[in-house]
Design a protein around this ligand. Structure first.
Ligand SMILES: [Zn+2]
Length: 403
């Protein structure tokens, strides 16, 4: 943001936001590092830290020796003071967590949906139930400052309407409203595409840390993609960009849940792998990989087939987007190590210039990339205006108490 012509309050808000975001993303930091990171002078940084300590968002820690000069007091975010509710809503389960400022997971629960229970109301009701349980173990005296939800589908921005989630069978579901009403919370709710959120989390805290151009692929029943270009999510005009799972790669292929034929996810999604490996739909992908490495011919053939299609799609994405890193999330975490030779071969067949430096990585956040990305999205309001978010919270609590 340009600070030319900004009022003193705006400048202060901007500086507080920069400081809290840095602490949120980097954890305990010495005062001298904060001074050099923000470019502000020592006394200004000291004043900002005092403001944040006063509302409990950060605390000072013991002096950290920093080479030469006086030891500098450290500052760290207080994860129990401000936290968010993060929800990773999948086709077969909901994963819900409380994540504190600084990214610490304070509580986490997973709930599997029973098969054939995918009616929207039931999924939402069960997810909200899990949210309530998790919130029951929220830190005392802490403030819930946001809710973030990741969902495998096309999510309209900025309002978060789930326009189409083919593998959930959802069309035009105002998921954020449903969750807010059922939970009875009055904080910002952000709904995002699961892979977009995965990309964000892997960039902030995972294997794409510091990279500006990132593609996060998420393999589940379907396959999603989150694309960061120059550090920003590729949203498209309404927020639907990045649906790489529905690239048509095989016109002679299978019907896709989206209504098309031969989409990439029909070749590399979990159902495709199970079918090719000749196993039932309850067999986990990890089990197929284990069987293949144990010499099971059908499992091996299935995996190799998926690996070839995976490579074809990734090579196309590398040509189009020139990413620094491609992160293989969801069940692709299991598939990449078993088919890396095929994927690397295919990427080797991409154009030399974009292909020669791209890193093919596994998510450092394991299975939690989307969950932690939902948390990052939920923290947006607090990170943009830390004191405003805390005082707004206090004002809402007073109104509620007076009502
Ligand atoms: Zn499709």
């Amino acid at each position: 943001m340009s600070l030319a012509g900004a009022t003193q309050d705006e400048v202060r808000r901007h500086n507080l936001a920069a400081l809290v975001r840095f602490l949120h993303e980097h954890g305990s930091t010495s005062r001298s590092e904060l001074v050099s990171h923000t470019g502000l002078n020592r006394s200004t940084v000291g004043g900002l830290i005092s403001d944040l300590v006063a509302v409990g968002l950060v605390r000072e820690t013991e002096p950290v020796a920093s080479g030469v000069g006086r030891p500098s007091y450290g500052v760290e975010p207080v994860s129990e003071r401000a936290f968010v509710l993060a929800i990773d809503l999948r086709v077969d389960r909901a994963i819900v967590a409380i994540v504190g400022l600084g990214g610490a997971v304070l509580a986490r629960r997973e709930h599997r949906f029973r098969k054939g229970q995918q009616r929207e109301e039931r999924i939402v009701a069960q997810t909200v139930e899990v949210c309530r349980e998790v919130l029951g173990s929220a830190p005392e005296g802490g403030l819930l400052v946001g809710v973030g939800v990741g969902v495998p589908g096309l999510v309209r921005q900025p309002d978060g309407l789930v326009r189409f989630a083919p593998n959930l069978g959802w069309v035009d579901v105002p998921l954020g409203d449903h969750v807010a009403e059922s939970l009875g919370v009055d904080v910002p709710i952000v709904v995002g595409n699961d892979s977009d959120l995965g990309a964000v989390a892997e960039r902030v805290r995972g294997s794409a840390m510091g990279a500006a151009n990132v593609i996060y692929l998420s393999g589940q029943v379907g396959v999603g993609g989150g694309i960061l270009l120059d550090g920003r999510l590729l949203m498209g005009a309404q927020g639907y960009g990045g649906e790489v799972g529905h690239m048509r790669v095989n016109p002679k292929g299978r019907a896709c849940r989206c209504g098309s034929v031969g989409c990439w996810e029909t070749e590399i999604g979990e159902p495709a792998l199970r079918e090719a490996a000749g196993v039932g739909d309850s067999v986990p992908v990890a089990e197929i990989v284990a069987r293949a490495s144990g010499g099971d011919k059908a499992a091996r053939r299935g995996l190799r087939g998926v690996g070839r299609w995976l490579g074809i799609g990734v090579a196309n994405l590398v040509n189009i987007f020139n990413p620094d890193v491609v992160v293989f999330g969801g069940s692709l975490r299991e598939i990449l190590p078993a088919t890396r030779d095929l994927v690397e071969d295919a990427v080797g067949g991409a154009l030399t210039a974009p292909g020669e430096h791209v890193l093919l990585a596994l998510p450092a956040l394991g299975d939690d990339s989307t969950l932690l990305g939902a948390a990052e999205a939920a923290f947006t309001a607090l990170l943009d205006d830390p004191l405003g978010a805390v005082s707004g919270h206090a004002a809402r609590s007073r109104t509620a108490a007076g009502a």
